[in-house]
Design a protein around this ligand. Structure first.
Ligand code: F6P
Length: 367
């Protein structure tokens, strides 16, 4: 390791946006400026690194952004330097532009790059780190599916939206004696449905990790009806599927880091319940409402801790590491280890057991 000091920090936000990104940018930039370091904000995630789009960040740029959603730097989930979509003769071809990313990184004289993102961003960061980039990761995603951290920022804000939506649906469900199905995000992990559904009092929670049995779902809503509770709230994760069934997808786009766009299970579940029980059923797709808007206080705090710890790791030249929440402390883990496994809901997770103990069905006979 060289003895030269870290003087210039690069920072980017990759993948889908989520509440708390700006709080991290602020948490990095303010202490960096106080230490006399320069901060270069790279625009639109790795796309800006490949295409050379960046500008300096100063205190005034990050002042007043703690509570704002989105990202002042812009983001993209199509800018993977190793999987770059290029139009050649009217067709989209995937090419490797990692050398362009490295070239800009060197031309900008960046000593340490802070990459804020989810699973996709950490995979790219790991590969760039192996090419010699000094990179530090900060885990974000509303999905909360990164194994190496107890929680990603953004998740708490997303489940607050789910919980509030369920509270609102509850009143109409109860007034009209209906089954209300809500489809929430989370990709291949059920954390948003589980935690949001538990907080919002869902009667049935369907998650990818526990493929459900249609008959158990029908039985639950019918029993509730017969016992006098003439409504049910069903919270279904976009990645949930019935036993022996397949994922329901909306579109495929090879330009994206993950080409599959999930969606449609909420409508399907509502139709199946209506057709097989005769109960009046409606569905709502919560979509990007879960990702937008102001971060919750929890996410503002976690994001600020992540940002301020990331700049410390950069100054100490702890490259190839990602900040992570372990219990109540911020630690660091190797990015390579962080991406080794996706964090999925286990059937014996405490939230699953607690939900089950208060009568929530996961659409299965047994957990
Ligand atoms: O990973 C975050 C997330 O919001 C997922 O929950 C969802 O499946 C996906 O991104 C949606 O991505 P997009 O905004 O690109 O459609």
């Amino acid at each position: 390791m060289t003895k030269t000091k870290v003087k210039r920090i690069g920072i980017l936000t990759g993948g889908g946006d989520c509440p708390g990104l700006n709080a991290v940018i602020r948490g990095v930039t303010k202490p960096a400026q106080d230490m006399g370091l320069k901060v270069l904000g790279i625009l639109d995630g790795f796309e800006g690194l490949v295409e050379g789009k960046a500008h300096e960040l100063y205190n005034q740029d990050v002042s007043g952004i703690l509570a704002t959603g989105g990202t002042i730097l812009g983001s993209s989930n199509k800018g993977d330097p190793f999987h770059w979509p290029e139009e050649i003769n009217g067709k989209i071809k995937i090419v490797d532009r990692s050398k362009d990313a490295m070239r800009n990184y060197l031309a900008w004289n960046i000593d340490a790059m802070i990459a804020i993102g989810g699973d996709g961003t950490m995979h790219i960061s790991d590969k760039l780190s192996k090419m010699g980039m000094n990179i530090i990761g900060v885990p974000k995603t509303i999905d909360n599916d990164l194994e190496a951290t107890d929680q990603t920022f953004g998740h708490d804000s997303a489940i607050s939206v789910v919980s509030e939506a369920l509270d609102r649906l509850h009143t109409t469900a109860s007034a009209h004696h209906r089954v209300m199905v809500i489809e929430v995000m989370g990709r291949y992990a059920g954390w948003i449905a589980l935690n949001g559904g538990l907080a919002g009092g869902a009667d049935i929670i369907l998650i990818p990790e526990l493929p459900f049995d249609w008959n158990v779902v029908y039985d639950r809503v019918l029993r509730r009806n017969m016992s006098g509770k003439r409504f049910s709230l069903v919270c279904v994760a976009e990645g949930a599927k019935p036993k022996n069934g397949t994922l329901i997808t909306k579109a495929k786009d090879i330009r994206r880091t993950d080409p599959i766009q999930l969606g449609g299970i909420g409508e399907y579940v509502a139709k199946m319940i209506s057709d097989n029980t005769g109960l009046e059923t409606r569905y709502t797709v919560l979509g990007h409402l879960q990702r937008g808007g102001s971060p919750s206080p929890y996410d503002r705090i976690l994001a600020t801790k992540f940002g301020t710890n990331a700049i410390q790791l950069a100054v100490k030249k702890q490259f190839g590491k990602m900040v992570a929440l372990k219990g109540s402390e911020i630690k660091s883990v190797r990015i390579a280890d962080a991406i080794a496994r996706q964090k999925l809901v286990k059937p014996k997770d405490q939230a699953v057991l607690a939900a089950s103990a208060v009568g929530v069905s996961f659409g299965t006979e047994k957990l």
